[in-house]
Write a protein that binds this ligand. Sequence first.
Ligand code: NAD
Ligand code: MG
Length: 334
Amino acid sequence: MKDKNVISRRSAITGMGAIIATAAMPSAIAGELRNDLYAGPDPQEDPTTKYPRPPFKNQRQPWPGLASKMEPQPDHGEKSYKGSGRLKGRKALITGGDSGMGRAAAIAYAREGADVAINYYPTEEEDAREVIRLIKAEGRKAIAIPGDLRDEAFCTKLVEEAVKGLGGLDIVVNNAARQQTQKSILDITTEDFDATMKTNIYAPFWIIKAALPHLKPGASIIGTSSEQAYDPSGDLYDYAQTKAATTNYIKSLAKQLGPKGIRVNGVAPGPIWTPLQVSGGATPEKLQSFGGQTPLGRPGQPVELASIYVQLAANDASYSNGQIYGASGGSGNP
Ligand code: NAD
Ligand code: MG
């Protein structure tokens, strides 16, 4: 009964169902609900001015870059993301969990009640430490597993360590990626091409294979794709095709694992202000006007995608399988 009230309250607060739900409730609960609904203003935020707009300062970091050294600093929801128990008791592994979308998802998952393991490249320890601190601040388990995803043995070990540290696994977010801009296909070496394929395509393959024996009905696999899957840029020849592959594996696996009760979905960001872009992902010229071409006139911030990662893992998205959810500021697909 208690659980039922919690669910009724949440759906009532978030939607038009509020009035109908209130009418059907005992007056004490309805009163509390009204207090929630009208307790202080939740002002509308103008999405065009909510976050920094270009032009941005010229900046370049060695790969893979640190969020802590970006100007302006990205917003991963450190101060703003509020949870409501949507992932209580869940156990999540997030690759690239130190910065960008991965960090935003890690913070949000912890605030929704999940224990979280993050993987990152060893040189990202500084960013990772901050994420670990934020997860622990929520009273959740936080496991840091640095290592190179281009290595199959490491990917297998990563899953084993996450399972051991968390005491199980039910959310896997394959989010890490390599993106290096190159004007010409002639400038992409076989080593470059291989590194992009290994990070973006092989690693999720290895990780999902290792994770699958641990996943039970209700588990969720999420991949980070991109608008590049649909409309590739000329200077992202190798990266863009890995994102098309990501969207494709999500749709294939959703069919394969759906009957087992495991959902597989993806997120397709547009231009988002993350270290990936300042450490070789974009040219300096592109970076200065980054996001300016979108209808909102600015890049997205990682936190603006956090609720999508939550939604795709949560029980209430139980009919979302094989879907790609976009957040691209008004242009691009899906
Ligand atoms: P980010 O730099 O914050 O995250 C990428 C992470 O990948 C790094 O933090 C790093 O930990 C990890 N990584 C890369 N190579 C690795 C390796 N060999 N071993 C271990 N870890 C490795 O940038 P982000 O933009 O948040 O990227 C997250 C996801 O979002 C990626 O899949 C990216 O393709 C996707 N994406 C980003 C944008 C954007 O504009 N930023 C747009 C569309 C899609
Ligand atoms: Mg990083």
